[in-house]
Design a protein around this ligand. Structure first.
Ligand code: SF4
Length: 383
C-alpha cells in the first residue's frame, strides 16, 4: 500500500462513522442544514444587495470592508494593511491559498506562519493541501516524525505518539502567536445584517490569531455571506457536524475590533483585542457563476469535506484531483469556478455518492456534467 492509501484509509475509518453517529445523536442538524441551504440560496439570488449590506454593516461596527474582483486586487489591499517586516499568523483559509497570500506576503519581507496544524505541516513540507479541512491527510504519523526532525531541527523519537507530535508544534507556534503583528483568517460565514464573521475550529489557533495580534484581517469569498447573524450560527453548527467534529471545540465570532462598555456603559473600541478589523470580500469568478442556474449550486458549499471521503475517484487520485486547494468532488467544481480549469470535472465517474452525503444537497454530478459540457463545447468550437 502507498503512503496515500494508508493515510486515506485511516482518515475514512476515523471520520465517516463519527459523522453518521453525530447525525443520529443530534437529529436536528439535518433540519438546520435544509434551513441553511434556503438562506444561502437567497443570498446567491441577490448577491449584489447582500455584498453592499455586509460592507455597510462592517463599517458600522468600526471595521473596514473591501471588495476585490480578483486575487491581485485582494493581495494589494492586504499588503497595504500588513506592510513589511511583520510577523503574520495565518488561520487556515482556502481563499488565502487561492490568492497565494502566504508566499506573496513572504516576498514582501514578512515572516508568515500557518497556524492550523495540518496547514503548518504542509508549509514545512512545501506541498499543496490534499483535503479541504485536513490539508495534511496524505501524511502518515511516521512522515510527520521525519518532517519535524528535518525542518524544526528537534529531537523526535521514531515512536512519538500523535499527542507528542502536536505538543512539538504547539511549543513552536506559541511564540509566534504572542509576537505576531497581524492575524489573517478566513470566515465560515459572514452575517450581512451585523457584519459579524464566524469561524469554527478545534485547535485554538483561530482564537489566538483573531485576538492576540493588534490587527485582524478576514478574507472570504462573497458566497460566505448569509442573511443574518442567526444563519451564521447555523453554518457553524452544520459545518462542524458534517466535518465530523461536533461539537466543535471553539466557535469564534468577531464583530469589528475589540470593544468595551465598562465605563459609563459607553461602548468604545479598541479594548484588549485587535485595534483594527478588516474584511476583504473576494469575487474571483464567483459572481459570474452565481448567475448560472446549474453552476451556482457549487457556491452553496460549506467546506465540510464530506464528499471527498465518499468519492471513489478521490480515494484513488487524492491531491492529484483538482487544483489545490480545491480537491475532491467539491474541488472539481471549484477548480472551474476559480481557475477556469475543466479537466478535474472530466475525471468524475458519476458514482453519485457525493450528492447523497452533501449537507447542502448540492447536485455535484449535475454541476460537473455542465462543466464537462462547457469543456466539450470549447473543443467543438476550436474545429
Ligand atoms: S460539496 Fe457538499 S459535501 Fe462537499 S465539501 Fe461542499 S458542502 Fe461538503
Amino acid at each position: 500500500m502507498s503512503e496515500w492509501d494508508i493515510a486515506v484509509e485511516r482518515t475514512i475509518n476515523n471520520n465517516v462513522p463519527r459523522v453518521y453517529k453525530t447525525l443520529s445523536q443530534y437529529p436536528y442538524i439535518q433540519d438546520l442544514a435544509k434551513e441553511l441551504r434556503k438562506a444561502k440560496l437567497e443570498v446567491l439570488n441577490n448577491l449584489q444587495k447582500y455584498v453592499e449590506q455586509t460592507m455597510e454593516s462592517v463599517k458600522r461596527i468600526g471595521g473596514n470592508a473591501y471588495y476585490a474582483t480578483n486575487v491581485y486586487e485582494a493581495r494589494e489591499i492586504i499588503a497595504k494593511i500588513v506592510g513589511k517586516n511583520k510577523i503574520v499568523v495565518l488561520g487556515k483559509s482556502m481563499v488565502a491559498y487561492e490568492m497565494g497570500l502566504r508566499e506573496y506576503l513572504k516576498e514582501l519581507g514578512n515572516e508568515v506562519w500557518e497556524t492550523d496544524l495540518g496547514e503548518f505541516l504542509i508549509q514545512l513540507a512545501n506541498e499543496p493541501p490534499s483535503h479541504i479541512i485536513a490539508p495534511a491527510i496524505h501524511m502518515t504519523r511516521e512522515r510527520v516524525v521525519k518532517l519535524l526532525r528535518e525542518k524544526l531541527g528537534v529531537e523526535v523519537s521514531e515512536n512519538a505518539t500523535h499527542e507528542e507530535l502536536v505538543a512539538i508544534v504547539r511549543k513552536f507556534l506559541r511564540e509566534k502567536f504572542v509576537r505576531a503583528d497581524v492575524g489573517i483568517t478566513g470566515a465560515n460565514a459572514i452575517a450581512a445584517d451585523t457584519g459579524s464573521i464566524i469561524l469554527v475550529e478545534n485547535e485554538g489557533n483561530i482564537r489566538m490569531s483573531t485576538v492576540l495580534p493588534p490587527v485582524h484581517i478576514a478574507v472570504a469569498g462573497v458566497e460566505k455571506i448569509v442573511p443574518t447573524f442567526y444563519h451564521a450560527l447555523l453554518e457553524a453548527t452544520v459545518q462542524a457536524a458534517y466535518a465530523g467534529l461536533y461539537p466543535p471545540t471553539y466557535i469564534n465570532l468577531t464583530s469589528g475590533p475589540s470593544s468595551t462598555g465598562d465605563i459609563e456603559m459607553k461602548r468604545v473600541r479598541p479594548a484588549h483585542g485587535p485595534k483594527e478589523f478588516h474584511l476583504v470580500l473576494l469575487d474571483n469568478g464567483r459572481v459570474k457563476i452565481s448567475q448560472d442556474e446549474v453552476l451556482k449550486e457549487a457556491l452553496l458549499c460549506i467546506r465540510c469535506g464530506r464528499c471527498h471521503l465518499h468519492c471513489p475517484v478521490y480515494r484513488v487520485l487524492g491531491v492529484n484531483w483538482g487544483v489545490p486547494p480545491f480537491t475532491g468532488p467539491m474541488g472539481a467544481m471549484w477548480s472551474y469556478i476559480v481557475y477556469g480549469d475543466t479537466k478535474p470535472a472530466t475525471l468524475c465517474t458519476h458514482s453519485g455518492n457525493c450528492k447523497e452525503v452533501c449537507p447542502m444537497g448540492i447536485n455535484i454530478p449535475r454541476v460537473l456534467e455542465k462543466i464537462k459540457w462547457i469543456a466539450n463545447d470549447k473543443e467543438r468550437n476550436k474545429t
